[in-house]
Design a protein around this ligand. Structure first.
Ligand SMILES: *Cc1c(COP(=O)(O)O)cnc(C)c1O
Length: 389
């Protein structure tokens, strides 16, 4: 049996007629840039995220950068985020000119720890001149950038309260979490000032290439981001701001319009697979060898990834590969240990939960079209590895 980490072909086969027709319409129109499919998609994706305005962009990375630029964050500013995330989270903060402040995660959820954010602000920052400043660097703390890692919301209640108390903006990195919600049904991207989405092909809602979006309830901010998306140009050839080319392609929007309508069924499929894994691992009785993902009670976890903590991770991965099972490590090196961030001065051991997660976790196949026999085979293979050990 073969169990790939991800196979997008069955999803395409199921929607082929509609997707091909949507692409053909774009080809017929030869309207490639900021056309009608983008307008439709921006409205639909904003509504899906329970927000009022959408700005389609070229990638999830550009969504984060545009959000930072839209909020006027740059040189002299600092943005707090978690160290255990995809590179773009920290990379865009640095590219905006601001300094990333990497804090540790909650060990159970892998998301930014509100207690550590509060501790940092209380112990290492001071309020003056109407702002809050990092005592060590003199930089002004401007925003929190929580990541909803693997498809589960960060603790937005607590982080939102801290942000209000300290006058900070909130940019949600919801690249892995479109439609994730808390126990009240409130969705990712609707808590902060801006929510950033990625439609990289491996995300729950994947384009046929790179694409992303910013969504927000702030009409002014949406308008400003839409201008920055086209080089800060408004009206044509007049530039009050320096923006970039952050546009989404019409063809990508056309594909996404078809896919967004069935996104819920895919997220349900992932949840069904996660529940199967949870039960099968419990039945396998692996004790402390395998820790299945912690789902916050009542939250809508969309399982962009199903990530377990394991002993002997790298040997297990080899065993799985030999058995024809795909797996991946998201992410082997936390951002505070990346070479490009050496200038920030973090030491190994400083963010122990991020370092531990990077060393102990592995993502298993979870895409919706997997069959139960395949899921059981994955669990049996893992059980076999520890029984032999
Ligand atoms: C995928 C991802 C991004 C970047 O999205 P791209 O569309 O690949 O640029 C940012 N943050 C997180 C957490 C991601 O998983």
């Amino acid at each position: 049996m073969k169990v790939p980490l991800l196979d997008l072909k069955p999803q395409y086969q199921a929607l082929k007629a509609d997707i091909d027709a949507a692409i053909a319409r774009v080809c017929e129109s030869q309207y490639f840039i900021l056309g009608p499919a983008i307008k439709e998609f921006e409205g639909a994706v904003a509504a899906y995220s329970h927000t009022a305005h959408g700005v389609g962009v070229s990638s999830g990375t550009d969504a984060l950068l545009l959000a930072l630029m839209g909020l006027g964050i740059g040189q002299g500013d600092e943005v707090i985020t978690s160290s255990y995330t995809f590179f773009a989270t920290g990379g865009t903060i640095a590219r905006s000119g601001a300094r990333p402040i990497f804090l540790d995660i909650d060990a159970a959820t892998f998301n930014l720890s509100p207690a550590l954010v509060r501790g940092f602000l209380e112990q290492q920052c001071e309020r003056r001149d109407g702002g809050v400043f990092n005592r060590a660097t003199g930089g002004r703390i401007r925003a929190l950038m929580p990541v909803h890692l693997y498809g589960q919301l960060a603790d937005m209640q607590s982080l939102g309260a801290i942000a209000r108390e300290y006058g900070l903006k909130v940019i949600e990195d919801a690249a892995q979490a479109i439609g994730a919600a808390d126990e009240h049904g409130q969705r990712a991207c609707s808590f902060g000032d801006v929510g950033c989405l990625s439609f990289f092909p491996t995300k729950n809602l994947g384009a046929f290439g790179d694409a992303g979006a910013c969504v927000t309830n702030d009409a002014e901010l949406a308008k400003h981001m839409a201008i920055l998306r086209v080089h800060g140009m408004e009206p044509k050839y007049y530039h009050a701001f320096i923006g970039g080319n952050f546009r989404i392609d019409e063809i990508q929007a056309a594909v996404l319009n078809v896919k967004l309508k069935v996104l819920d069924s895919w997220s349900e499929g992932r949840q069904r697979n996660a529940a199967f894994y949870d039960a099968a691992f419990a039945a396998a009785g692996l004790g402390d060898k395998v820790t299945t993902p912690y789902a916050v009670p009542g939250y809508r976890h969309i399982y962009n990834q199903y990530v377990i903590r394991v002993q002997q991770r790298d040997a297990l991965r080899k065993h799985l590969a030999d058995a024809g099972i795909g797996s991946e490590v998201y992410y082997p090196v936390p951002l505070h240990q990346q070479k490009c961030f050496e200038y920030l001065g973090y030491q190994t051991g400083e963010l122990p939960e991020s370092e531990k997660a990077a060393a102990e976790t592995v993502a298993l196949p979870i895409f919706p079209e997997l069959e139960q026999a395949q899921l059981q085979y994955v669990v049996d293979s893992i059980a076999g590895f520890y029984r032999a050990a």
